[in-house]
Design a protein around this ligand. Structure first.
Ligand SMILES: NC(=O)c1ccc[n+]([C@@H]2O[C@H](COP(=O)([O-])OP(=O)(O)OC[C@H]3O[C@@H](n4cnc5c(N)ncnc54)[C@H](OP(=O)(O)O)[C@@H]3O)[C@@H](O)[C@H]2O)c1
Length: 341
């Protein structure tokens, strides 16, 4: 098998192509031929050594994948050779093959292309669970989505519009029209009067805010909520290039959210972590992952939401793909397809 290895903290160009023997699947595992993987925001943090739960170097990046089952290990049930499956891997998917536990696989519906499905794996699960399981957004409500033309943000917009929800979305000036075409009311996130613009569009406040930025944005997001509104924080993207340690930033961030949530103020605040519950209740965790992704896949397969593919590049050009994903010039997901043989 061939894979891309990130040897140490560094620039995307330090990625190295490596070949090794494809391992045999152990009991309960399967070998998958990867058809599509992609660049997630997580790799921007990981290459800087600033991902919460940072993997040890050297490692193979690749947060999620879609591929075809080629070999079954012993005791594998409910999975067949030739089936198209998706999985959240956190690392390891920038390769042409991967060995995974069969229980971690989620079937991709017939007729849904691998690259389209790939755009919805980690991003779709995140968007679905935040919107429906945490914020319980309903038809007729209004929400604010920060970074609404990104991978997660674009899916939040589309899932909300499909559910009959009005969306105000922030984006860079380059992508205002792209965001409008998705059905959101766009605002340039660099505007000096961002809060006033949101207030003008939703004078009574918004019913939910989805904030991946943290820092000062967390406070303004909280202030923009209507009574009974919900703030969902799911990242501290503004800290990417900061010198502040992750622990020193995360502890007050989580504490603030916890306090806002328990104090009597008729609003709710949560921090969403896709991996929450994996260690303590792994079976339920996997059931929820499967249920969420299956709903998003069904919407994609029915054409009710569209895959936002920023571009497709071969995995061996992963460095270029990372640069592009970090450039701020593209909307949606940078998808990687294998041609590593
Ligand atoms: N908690 C979890 O379990 C979980 C799971 C998945 C993802 N995440 C988080 O979700 C976030 C998005 O991930 P992604 O893969 O969708 O990344 P992405 O595709 O790179 O999207 C990030 C978006 O943020 C926008 N942005 C940059 N600066 C901004 C600002 N000052 N105000 C508002 N928006 C701004 C970018 O817009 P421009 O490109 O137009 O500049 C871009 O659209 C990341 O922070 C990631 O860590 C969290």
């Amino acid at each position: 098998m061939t894979e891309m290895v990130l040897p140490a903290i560094g620039e995307p160009e330090t990625l190295q192509m490596r070949q090794r023997e494809l391992p045999l699947p152990a009991a309960g595992e399967v070998v998958i031929r990867i058809e599509a993987t992609g660049v997630s925001f997580a790799e921007q943090s990981m290459r800087r050594g600033r991902y919460p739960g940072q993997p040890a170097f050297p490692f193979v990046p690749g947060y999620d994948m879609v591929g075809i089952v080629e070999v079954l290990g012993a005791d594998v049930v409910d999975v067949t050779v030739g089936q198209r499956m998706a999985a959240v891997t956190k690392i390891g998917a920038w390769a042409n093959y991967i060995v995974l536990p069969a229980k971690d696989l989620i079937p991709v519906p017939e007729g849904l292309a691998a690259d389209a499905a790939e755009t919805a794996v980690v991003n779709g699960i995140t968007a679905w669970q935040m919107m429906h399981d945490l914020a319980h957004v309903r038809a007729g409500q209004t929400i604010l989505v920060h970074g609404a033309s990104g991978g997660v943000g674009g899916l939040l917009v589309q899932l909300a519009r499909d559910a009959g929800v009005r969306v105000i979305g922030t984006t860079s000036s380059l992508k205002l029209e792209t965001l409008r075409a998705l059905g959101a009311e766009p605002i340039d996130y660099r505007s000096a009067d961002l809060t006033a613009q949101v207030r003008a569009l939703a004078p009574g406040g918004v019913d939910a805010v989805f904030d991946h930025l943290g820092g000062k944005s967390l406070h303004t997001s909280w202030q923009m909520l209507a009574p009974n509104g919900t703030l969902v924080s799911y990242g501290l993207a503004t800290l990417l290039d900061s010198k502040v340690s992750l622990i020193a930033a995360f502890i007050p961030h989580l504490l603030r959210i916890y306090l806002w949530n328990i104090l009597p103020n008729s609003r709710h605040a949560y921090f969403y972590d896709l991996w929450g519950g994996k260690t303590l209740r792994p079976r339920k965790f996997q059931q929820e992952l499967r249920a969420s992704l299956t709903q998003v896949f069904d919407l994609l397969a029915q054409g009710r939401i569209q895959a936002q593919i920023a571009c497709r590049l071969p995995i061996k050009r992963a460095a270029e793909a990372m640069r592009l994903a970090e450039s701020g010039k593209v909307s949606g997901k940078v998808v990687l397809v294998p041609d590593l043989d």
